[in-house]
Design a protein around this ligand. Structure first.
Ligand SMILES: Cc1ncc(COP(=O)(O)O)c(C=O)c1O
Length: 329
């Protein structure tokens, strides 16, 4: 596990596989109401607060209705990774739900970098939220005149290194990815109940992640990660229209594949295609790139992380440590 001076994360007590006694959680499911930073500073609407003082109104529609948007962003080695792409997606999410972000993109960049500085971190994770703001108990967003911007900088516990070496075991869940006609998965909204329900199913099945299908029965994504499979050295991932988020890590894999002269095809596929794939992996800002070796009880390939996945992970680690928007000049 990664550590640094500000880290107060505990080492995992076990590295047992999910198929045995325990599931080793990623940051999302770690039951600690803290950023892992000593004397953390949380940004809310232009001011910094301690963890205990950082509070939002019970009338914020982000809380009452999940009305808002967010981004999860990583910084590595003193640089924010793919910041422009994250802000682009944040602004797209805002436009889609008619939410006016109350600052410029430049102002957001400065606030985000200042938050990391205030927390004295070089490596970590940013959770950036824009909520609809305070309104009355009715759901009409016109009640909410002032959207709120919240920026939380945290240390991050990845999946245990064992997962990157041995791979995850995932299960297909009954909960379908929400239909784009009702709640478009391309919008990174504060309403994640669809994903949470899927995660509960994975937990109950004692799996590491949930594979979510769309209404057509094709693979959409996992609860917080995009899905890739490799067959005969060709890489496939579901298109955005299948109900996948336009993942930033997903797009880095496209870049790495082209460096390796490998083709990535965005195509609809089913569970069957994963069963017969040579390799499978997931991508996401929090999880980074993590191999999958088992789906619905079937081993993928030989049940070990495959050679192409392993090369992609190695290259991804190089890129993350060398590129990004500098935090400390
Ligand atoms: C539902 C969902 N899919 C995929 C991803 C992966 O996207 P990214 O690589 O931009 O983190 C995330 C995480 O942001 C997510 O929440």
């Amino acid at each position: 596990m990664k550590t640094n001076d500000a880290t107060v994360l505990e080492e995992p007590k076990t590295d047992k596989r999910a198929t045995e006694e325990t599931i080793e959680p990623a940051i999302e499911s770690r039951p600690r109401p803290t950023t892992g930073v000593r004397e953390a500073k949380i940004y809310i609407d232009g001011k910094f607060y301690s963890e205990t003082e950082a509070k939002v109104s019970v009338f914020d529609h982000g809380l009452l209705y999940g009305d808002g948007i967010f981004e999860g962003i990583r910084f590595y080695n003193g640089r924010v990774f793919r910041l422009e792409e994250h802000l682009e997606r944040l602004w797209d999410s805002a436009r889609s739900i008619c939410l006016k972000i109350p600052m410029t993109r430049q102002g957001m960049t400065e606030a985000l970098i200042e938050t990391i500085r205030q927390n004295h971190l070089h490596d970590g994770y940013i959770r950036l939220l824009v909520t609809r703001g305070v309104g009355n108990l009715g759901l009409n967003p016109e009640q909410c005149k002032n959207p709120s911007v919240i920026i939380i900088a945290a240390t991050i516990a990845l999946y245990h290194e064992d997962f990157y070496r041995k791979g995850l075991s995932i299960v297909t869940v009954a909960t379908r990815r929400s239909n784009p006609a009702s709640l478009n998965p391309a919008v990174k909204s504060l309403n994640y109940l669809n994903n949470v329900m899927a995660r509960i199913e994975a937990n109950l099945a004692r799996a590491d992640e949930a594979l979510m299908l769309n209404d057509a029965g094709n693979v959409a994504e996992c609860t917080a990660d995009n899905v890739f499979i490799i067959k005969d050295s060709q890489i496939f991932t579901p298109p955005i229209t299948a109900g996948a988020l336009r993942g930033i890590t997903r797009s880095v894999v496209f870049d790495i594949a082209s460096e390796f002269d490998l083709e990535v095809t965005e195509a609809d596929f089913t569970r069957h295609d994963i069963f017969v794939a040579d390799e499978c992996f997931l991508t996401g800002t929090a999880a980074e790139i993590v191999p999958v070796v088992k789906v619905d009880g079937r081993l993928i390939g030989n049940g070990k992380p495959g050679p192409i996945t392993t090369r992609i992970i190695a290259r991804f680690r190089e890129i993350t440590r060398k590129t990004g928007t500098p935090i400390f000049d």
